[in-house]
Design a protein around this ligand. Structure first.
Ligand code: NAP
Length: 433
C-alpha cells in the first residue's frame, strides 16, 4: 500500500486525489484541510453568485467519497501536525494549499480601518470562518477597488447587486445585510495600466455591463483605438473584445435614476490612504501613471472603504521550502523535495481559473504516477496510523461528517438560496452527530 497525503482540499487537491486514486493501485489518499469544510476556493473564493462554477464541488464530492480517499478536515499542517512528522508518515506528500494571504500595496495608511484585501473581503461574503468578524458595517457609501483582474470585478458585482439579485447566491447572510445597508453609491475601479492591459475577461466584464440600477463612468479618451504593442498574443482576442465592450459602456447615456455608479479609472495608482481622526478610511490619494488624462496632478477620492484586489501569497509552513519573494512554495515544476510535490496557486502563484488548475494538477499527478511506476517509493510508511494519537486529541471532520454540515446548511437556507453557510468552525462542528 502506498500512503499519500494531500494538504488542501481545494480544486487542485481534489483533482490530484482523483487522478492518483484512479491510476495507482493499492493506494490510500488522505486529504487534510485546516477547515472543517472541503473545497477551498470553490467554496470560499468563487463568488457566491457564480453557482454554476461552484457546481464543480459535486464532482469533488465523488472523489472524496471513494473508498481509497479520506477527507480529514479541521487539521492544520504546521500547527497540529508538523511537516517532518507528515513526511515520516506518508510515502508521498502533496501541498495544494492555495494562496490565502493578500498582497499588500505598501502605501501609507494601509492599516486604516476600512482597508481590506480581496481575499479577506471575498472570504467574508463567502462565509469563510477566518473572516466572520471582519466587518459589521461598511464605512461610508463609496468604495475604491484596486486592481483590474476578475477578482476586482467579482467585488464590483457583489457590492452593486441588490438583495433580490443575490437571492439565488450563497452569500453569507451577515455580509449581504451589511452590504445592502451600506447603500453603496460610488465604486471606483482603479487600474494602474490601461484597458488593453486589464487582466479581467470579457464574460466577467459583460456581467458588469448588465448590472441593474448601475451606471458607468468611463473616460472614452482612455480607450485605445488600436491595440498597443506588447500585448500577449494569447490575449489579443480578449483584449479586443474588452475594448469593444468598454467603448460601448462608455457611450451609454446613464439612466436618470440609478443606485450605484461604477467608475472605471485607468492609468492611476494609489499613493496614500488618508484616515479620519478615528482611524477610519476617509480618502484615497491617486497619481496618474500615464499622460493620457487631462490633468497630471494627484487626485483625491472620498471613500470609506478601500479593497485591494492585487493578488495573493501562500502561507509558509515551518520546514517546507518557501520562496519568500514570490510567495509560493519553492519548487521545480511541482517537485519540492524528495517525495514532496506541490500544485495549484501555491506552486505557480495566484493565476488561472479552475480548469487551468486542473491542467496543472494533472501535470503534477503525472509526475507522481511516473515515479510510482519507476518504483521510487518503498511503500514502508505507516500513513494515518502513526498520527492516530495526535488526531484523536483533535476534533477531525470526515467526509460523512462534512455531509452532515452540508445538509444542515442546505436545510437552513431561505427559499431560493442553495445554502446558508455556517461562518464559524464551532457552529459547523455542532452539526455533526
Ligand atoms: P490578476 O488577474 O492577476 O489581477 C491582479 C490585478 O492587480 C492586475 O490588474 C494588476 O495590475 C493589479 N496589481 C497588482 N499589483 C498592484 C499594485 N501594487 N498596484 C495596483 N495594482 C496592482 O488576479 P486576480 O484578479 O486576483 O485573479 C486571480 C486569478 O483568478 C486570475 O487568473 C483570474 O482570472 C481568476 N479569477 C477568475 C474569475 C472568473 O472567471 N469569474 C473570478 C475571479 C478570479 P498589473 O496587470 O498592472 O500587474
Amino acid at each position: 500500500m502506498i500512503n499519500i497525503a494531500i494538504i488542501g482540499s481545494g480544486p487542485s487537491g481534489c483533482y490530484i486525489a482523483d487522478n492518483l486514486a484512479k491510476k495507482i493501485e493499492d493506494v490510500q489518499i488522505d486529504i487534510f484541510d485546516r477547515l472543517p469544510t472541503p473545497f477551498g476556493l470553490a467554496r470560499a473564493g468563487v463568488a457566491p453568485d457564480h453557482q454554476g462554477t461552484k457546481r464543480i464541488t459535486r464532482q469533488f464530492e465523488r472523489t472524496l467519497s471513494r473508498d481509497d480517499v479520506r477527507f480529514i478536515g479541521n487539521v492544520e499542517i504546521g500547527r497540529d501536525i508538523g511537516y517532518q512528522e507528515l513526511k515520516a508518515s506518508y510515502d508521498i506528500v502533496v501541498f495544494t494549499i492555495g494562496a490565502s494571504q493578500d498582497r499588500k500595496l505598501g502605501i501609507a495608511g494601509e492599516e486604516s480601518q476600512g482597508v481590506y484585501g480581496s481575499g479577506q473581503f471575498a472570504g467574508w461574503y463567502n462565509g469563510h470562518p477566518d473572516q466572520e468578524q471582519l466587518i459589521s458595517h461598511l464605512n461610508g457609501n463609496n468604495v475604491a477597488i484596486i486592481g483590474n483582474g476578475n477578482v476586482a470585478l467579482d467585488l464590483v458585482r457583489i457590492l452593486s447587486k441588490s438583495s433580490a439579485a443575490l437571492q439565488e447566491s450563497d452569500i453569507a447572510m451577515q455580509a449581504e445585510q451589511a452590504i445592502t445597508k451600506s447603500d453603496i453609491r460610488e465604486i471606483y475601479l482603479l487600474g494602474r495600466r490601461g484597458p488593453a492591459e486589464a487582466s479581467f475577461t470579457t464574460m466577467e466584464l459583460k456581467e458588469i455591463s448588465q448590472l441593474e440600477d448601475c451606471c458607468f463612468v468611463i473616460d472614452a479618451q482612455q480607450i485605445p483605438n488600436s491595440l498597443p504593442d506588447g500585448i500577449d498574443p494569447t490575449r489579443i482576442k480578449i483584449v479586443e473584445k474588452n475594448i469593444e465592450l468598454l467603448s460601448e459602456m462608455a457611450n451609454v447615456t446613464p439612466a436618470s435614476e440609478y443606485k450605484t455608479r461604477i467608475h472605471f479609472m485607468f492609468h492611476r495608482t494609489p499613493t496614500q490612504i488618508i484616515a479620519d481622526k478615528e482611524g477610519k478610511v476617509a480618502q484615497l490619494k491617486l497619481k496618474p501613471t500615464a499622460a493620457t488624462h487631462e490633468s497630471d496632478s494627484d487626485e483625491i477620492l472620498d471613500v470609506g472603504t478601500v479593497i485591494t484586489a492585487i493578488g495573493y501569497r501562500s502561507k509558509s509552513i515551518s520546514g517546507l521550502p518557501f520562496d519568500n519573494a514570490k510567495g509560493i512554495i519553492e519548487n521545480n515544476d511541482g517537485h519540492v523535495e524528495e517525495h514532496v510535490f506541490t500544485a495549484g496557486w501555491c506552486k505557480r502563484g495566484p493565476q488561472g481559473v479552475i480548469p487551468a488548475n486542473r491542467a496543472d494538477a494533472m501535470g503534477v499527478a503525472k509526475q507522481i504516477i511516473a515515479e510510482v511506476e519507476q518504483g521510487k517509493f518503498d511503500k514502508q510508511k505507516p500513513g494515518l496510523t502513526s498520527l492516530r494519537d495526535k488526531l484523536d486529541a483533535l476534533t477531525t471532520v470526515s467526509f460523512e461528517a462534512w455531509k452532515q454540515i452540508d445538509q444542515a446548511e442546505v436545510s437552513r437556507a431561505v427559499e431560493g438560496k442553495p445554502r446558508e453557510k455556517f461562518t464559524n468552525a464551532q457552529q459547523m462542528l455542532e452539526q455533526i452527530k
